[in-house]
Design a protein around this ligand. Structure first.
Ligand SMILES: [Zn+2]
Length: 282
């Protein structure tokens, strides 16, 4: 397998859940040794991902307020660089993050592989979220902003997805990408037990520099990078930790303690392993 960013050789690093994680010899990008079939996205983002816990969400709809605020925070940040315009939210789920952007004056639409989530956004939030994958989105409209918040690590065909993303970006338009940083302190501390090593839903592990290098291949140039302030609710924190602890020996006792966390208590996510990159089409 060659690196999807710089085409250099990759080699096997370690195995998680029966899947090999490979690392690039040159740019250090990491990817899962999986050849996804066309139904990959539909299978991974079946309803279970949003309600089943594990590497996904125990109760996605229960995080409505937190996710809407997350969208608003980005809306405020972007106001330093551009006027609100028309946006495409890729992997919009139930539309909460998109809703936060509309609170800041943005209009636009979303695309989401899970049909139930997309239907929720349309029916409950009156947002134009269609079921489907970015790779298959008709390029009949161009946007001022394409949002890829927590989606780029999941693309089965990274190159095809980004090509479509740039096709639907206006000249001078922007991409906002949020993803996990494999070079963060938290990622290095946990090593192979880092929570983001959860193939097959996660297929790529970026760091800001290799993401910037990849985006530049599509004519997208970095304007700014930073770290989001992220909140998750108690139930989600508990579910993620229990999923990770299950593979460790101290898991059982720690799991009991975690049950004391209230489900809907918003908790600050303190680790440094998330970053965002704002890019502009030149
Ligand atoms: Zn590489």
């Amino acid at each position: 397998m060659n690196c999807p960013i710089c085409q250099a050789n990759t080699k096997r690093l370690f195995e998680v859940h029966g899947y090999w994680i490979r690392g690039c010899d040159k740019c250090w990008h990491q990817c899962a040794e999986i050849v996804p079939d066309t139904s990959h996205t539909t299978k991974i983002y079946a309803d279970e991902y949003f309600h089943g816990g594990g590497a996904g969400y125990p109760d996605y709809l229960g995080e409505a307020r937190i996710l809407r605020n997350h969208g608003r925070q980005y809306g405020k940040m972007l106001a330093r660089y551009m006027q609100p315009g028309r946006m495409l939210d890729v992997g919009a789920a139930a539309g909460f993050v998109l809703q936060g952007f509309t609170d800041c004056g943005w209009t636009g639409k979303g695309i989401e592989p899970n049909p139930k989530m997309a239907a929720y956004a349309r029916n409950e939030l009156q947002l134009a979220v269609n079921a489907g994958a970015l790779e298959n989105l008709p390029a009949d409209e161009q946007f001022d902003l394409v949002n890829m918040i927590q989606v780029i690590a999941h693309f089965a065909d990274l190159r095809q997805a980004l090509q479509r993303a740039v096709d639907v970006t206006k000249p001078g338009g922007y991409w906002l990408i949020e993803t996990w940083n494999r070079e963060s302190f938290a990622a290095r501390l946990f090593g192979q037990n880092w929570h983001e090593y959860s193939p097959p839903s996660v297929l790529h592990w970026f760091a800001p520099d290799d993401l910037r290098q990849l985006a530049a291949q599509y004519g997208m140039h970095e304007i700014k990078r930073g770290r989001p302030s992220k909140w998750i609710n108690g139930g989600h924190a508990k579910s993620l930790l229990q999923y990770k602890l299950a593979s460790l020996s101290l898991g059982k006792q720690a799991g009991k303690l975690l049950n004391l966390l209230p489900e809907y208590l918003p908790l600050p996510y303190l680790a440094d392993d998330l970053f965002w990159l704002l890019l502009q089409k030149k």
